[in-house]
Design a protein around this ligand. Structure first.
Ligand code: PMP
Length: 304
């Protein structure tokens, strides 16, 4: 991805894509303490708009706060920088990746005194788990790796190093011929996918794990809001893997994954083995919302 045309915002200025490099002794590269976001912009009738930019920017700053990383820019600056990156790269729809990392002044576990850097890149990115996945659902495997424990990793943060756990799980699932992994928490309850929150539908009600060990997903929040607005009861609680096997529908949510149905888990067909009706309704509303066709959710969109 390094060798392409375009502009990346780095430490306050737009620079050429190919020049957005770092030194090999960068602290974050060695120890993994960095924080980032995944954000999407969509084409709307009014022009390109970023979905829930304020919430993503707020989560980025919360992530930095958790690790006591002092961001050398305020929220409004990064808010504007994200809009600028989409505009300057003339992207109609895209994925945005803001990243905050620790510089190369010194190594050793303590990062005290090292400079904090910020970059924002954006590029076109289609359906993360495939168009077929969006329409027909994906096959998922429960991972042999547990999700983070609350006193090992502070999961309100979206942190670089946490994704080692995601990569292990995803690698294992793909090597075994599945599309994605489902991770359980350290007590054995359902937590989330390698980069997605998870939901099930049972008897017309929607269930999703509470936030103890999973990321406080912004798409998760959007789905909970949309479902409540549709009059569907939503319940956040501990979920077991056999509850998932016996659910009527299941789906993943995430900025990259959007709303992706799960049609099979550990060789158990979920519901009728296709995208379920409630999943489809939510998906259809979600795509209307992000593309500016649902006026009641217009406040979630920021034109670039
Ligand atoms: N869980 C994990 C581990 C993730 O990486 C993501 C993607 N950011 C999500 C859940 C979904 O979060 P969001 O809807 O905010 O993208």
């Amino acid at each position: 991805m390094a060798d392409r045309d375009g502009k990346i915002w780095k430490d306050g200025a737009l620079i050429d894509w190919r020049d957005a490099t770092i030194h090999v002794l960068t602290h974050t590269l060695h120890y993994g303490m960095g924080v980032f976001e995944g954000v999407r912009a969509y084409q709307t009738p009014q022009g390109t708009a970023i979905f829930r930019l304020r919430e993503h920017t707020q989560r980025l700053f919360n992530s930095a706060k958790i690790f006591q990383m002092e961001v050398p820019f305020d929220q409004d600056t990064l808010f504007e920088a994200q809009r600028q990156v989409v505009r300057e790269n003339q992207l109609e729809s895209c994925y945005l990746r803001p990243l905050i990392w620790i510089g190369s002044e010194k190594l050793g576990v303590s990062a005290k005194g090292n400079k904090i850097h910020v970059a924002i890149a954006a590029w076109p990115w289609g359906a993360y788990l495939g168009e077929d996945g969006i329409n027909k659902g994906i096959r998922v495997k429960t991972s042999s790796f547990s999700r983070h424990h609350v006193n090992v990793s502070l999961v309100r943060a979206k942190a670089c190093g946490y994704y080692i756990n995601s990569i292990l799980a995803n690698q294992e699932a793909l090597a075994d011929g599945y599309d994605e992994a489902l991770l359980l928490d350290t007590d054995g309850y359902v937590s989330e996918g390698s980069g997605e929150n998870v939901f099930i539908v049972r008897n017309g009600k929607i269930y999703t794990p509470d936030l103890a060990s999973c990321l406080d997903g912004i798409t998760r929040d959007a789905v909970l809001t949309m479902a409540r607005d549709m009059g569907i009861e939503v319940i956040e609680k501990r979920i077991t893997r056999d509850e998932m096997y016996c659910s009527d529908e299941a789906f993943f949510t995430g900025t990259a994954a959007e709303i992706t149905p799960i049609r099979e888990l550990d060789h158990r067909i979920i519901g009728n083995g296709a995208r379920g009706p409630i999943t489809e309704k939510l998906q259809s509303l979600f795509f209307d919302v992000v593309s500016g066709k649902a006026p009641q959710y217009q406040h979630w969109l920021t034109l670039v």
